[in-house]
Design a protein around this ligand. Structure first.
Ligand SMILES: Nc1ncnc2c1ncn2[C@@H]1O[C@H](COP(=O)(O)OP(=O)(O)OP(=O)(O)O)[C@@H](O)[C@H]1O
Ligand SMILES: [Mg+2]
Length: 249
């Protein structure tokens, strides 16, 4: 087991916002996390990524209990991509190289790795640009390069493409799907849109009101076999677009 949450409780402002009894992430597993606004998806992701301290419970990384002592070392084996690209006002190259620097990789080795990932994400020509004037899609390519250059054992992505236009989003989802398949990285991908998931995985967790209420195959959900009200609610946009497709046939 790569990562495991056990009896996790997160309380904020005296309210429980996340409860996870037992949830594991296997090596190489790719998990999509879906749920309505405010369900607790980002909190769940941040707890897994060791960025948010739970009020109670235990987290295990490859079987070892996460403690204040080993937290930073474990966190360095992970990478996170957020919805808003958190880029620094320096060159694209330096942005991608920054995490490597923190991990003690510099010089020609860093340069080789950064160039490889800039190229792989199709942004080699942006190398000397500053992020301020990049398009949303370009900026998220930089964010992905920043994450993958670290060669993380787990990559966490929190609605990374939801601010992008539809064609750009599809391109990036397809590329991310290929990258994850090729690198074999364990990945957790938060979305609120079922349409995004098939590009990445068939494995999905549904979070509702602070709790995982389903973990299993997306196929089962799309086949209508999961009757939870929250799942029906999340499926509505998909049904609408199907109706439109029928209409324009
Ligand atoms: N630090 C905090 N203090 C108080 N409440 C918080 C805190 N962090 C999150 N919450 C609350 O916990 C709930 C879950 O938040 P979270 O951001 O995890 O949801 P989400 O599923 O990611 O939502 P969205 O789809 O809008 O991104 C929300 O009601 C939020 O207001
Ligand atoms: Mg969120």
């Amino acid at each position: 087991m790569m990562l495991r949450l056990k009896d996790i409780l997160v309380v904020r402002d005296k309210k429980p916002i996340l409860r996870v009894n037992d949830l594991g992430l296997a090596q190489g597993e790719r998990l999509a996390v879906i749920g309505p606004n405010g369900a607790g998806k980002s909190t769940f992701l941040k707890v897994l990524a060791l960025l948010e301290q739970p009020t109670a419970g235990e987290i295990f990384f490859r079987g070892e209990r996460v403690t204040a002592k080993n937290l930073l070392a474990f966190r360095r084996r992970m990478a996170v991509v957020f919805q808003e690209p958190l880029l620094l006002n320096t060159t694209v190259f330096d942005n991608v190289a920054q995490g490597l620097k923190f991990r003690g990789v510099s010089g020609s080795e860093a340069e080789r790795r950064v160039d490889y990932w800039l190229d792989r994400l199709g942004i080699a020509e942006l190398r000397h640009r500053r992020p301020l004037h990049l398009s949303g899609g370009e900026a998220q390519r930089v964010s992905l390069a920043r994450a993958f250059v670290l060669e993380p054992e787990i990559i966490f992505l929190d609605e990374p493409f939801s601010a992008l236009d539809f064609p750009t989003r599809i391109d990036l989802l397809e590329e991310l799907g290929a990258l994850l398949a090729n690198t074999g990285a364990t990945a957790v991908f938060v979305t609120h849109d079922f349409n995004e998931i098939p590009h990445l995985t068939d494995n999905v967790a549904v979070i509702d009101r602070g709790q995982p209420v389903y973990k299993g195959a997306l196929k089962e959900i799309l086949a209508g076999k999961v009757t939870l009200p929250v799942v029906r609610h999340l499926l509505r946009p998909l049904q609408k677009s199907r109706q439109i497709n029928e209409y324009i046939k």
